[in-house]
Design a protein around this ligand. Sequence first.
Ligand code: GLA
Length: 384
Amino acid sequence: MNIEKLKKQFFNLYGEGDCKIYFAPGRVNLIGEHVDYNGGRVFPCALTYGTYLVIREREDDSIFFASENFEYKTRISTSSIKRGNTEWVKYPLGVLDQFQKKGIKAKGMELLFSGNIPNGAGLSSSASVELVMSVAFNELAKANLDQVELVKMSQKAENDFVGVNCGIMDQFAIGMGVEGHALALNCDTLEYDIVPLEMDGYKLVIGNTNKQRGLADSKYNERCAECELAVELISRKQKIEFLCELNNKEFQDIEFLLSNDIVRRRAKHVVSENQRVFQAIDALKQGQLEEFGRLMNASHDSLRDDYEVTGIELDTMVEEARKLDGVLGSRMTGAGFGGCTVSLVKDETVETFIKTVGENYKKKIGIEADFYVAEIGDGAKRLQ
Ligand code: GLA
């Protein structure tokens, strides 16, 4: 990102003068999918791609929103922040709404956002916008909230204002990420460890299917509801708050309570995926990358067969990836229904991977894919 160019663009829009610049990354989840809202463990990391925000306070009560990624621009008064706007500004507005709920009033501001994460690709461009707004406004308003609080407020913005019942994983990874590390996060207690991503000789390659995640939000909320139903049915016999309180063996003993096969399979994915996260973290700590890759594959298969959130595009890209020597594992990452895959690929194979998987995917699906070698960066922060 060319920061000087971005500043110039800001001055063109709003005039010269002092301004501050903030950054929040996107994220890639290595394993632990659809378990965060089930009280489980996840293993994401922050990317070096993300959202930049140039910000300046105004004396009056106007908030000016502009983005280099979208044409839509608007001015909203600090006293009229409310739900209903369906444009991208719903994300920063949702964040300001959370501050207001804490008694921290919005202020007049000039804002210019600029992102280099592909939108809607499952790398959390929306959570990145939320966090960059939270961190910037926290400083501008001298609110002094700690970073974990900003993470929680950003998740709430998405739940209450945008209407997606997402878990905490994306906002947490984006707020708390550490360069070169993944976060082993317990989504129930928010306790976490940072684990060095020592993958000598291997790279994490992100493949964007470029399939728009059309009905993703409604399907996502449907999965949340299916998990809640599973908890309710199991709790008639054995009280649990979250599916991830159960291990595989405990689940096998009570799965007969879930007579609806769809609900049973959803719960089976959640319980087994949570166990895989523990195993994957251990494997990585011990340098067992083959085992890590095997678990990535098992995660995808479970998301495909039991949780049913993959689709032909993600499945094809993963299948093509696994055909190559030098690929230890490949899976979808994020919510699914389109978006991105992540694969663990031998250094020497990366170029062939991008070429071959790209060509075969295009042949079968008819869409051009994009690939990025993941670089793991820090969480949201002020740059200037
Ligand atoms: C989306 C949500 C996250 C998480 C993932 C699936 O990215 O925002 O909270 O549930 O899907 O693991």
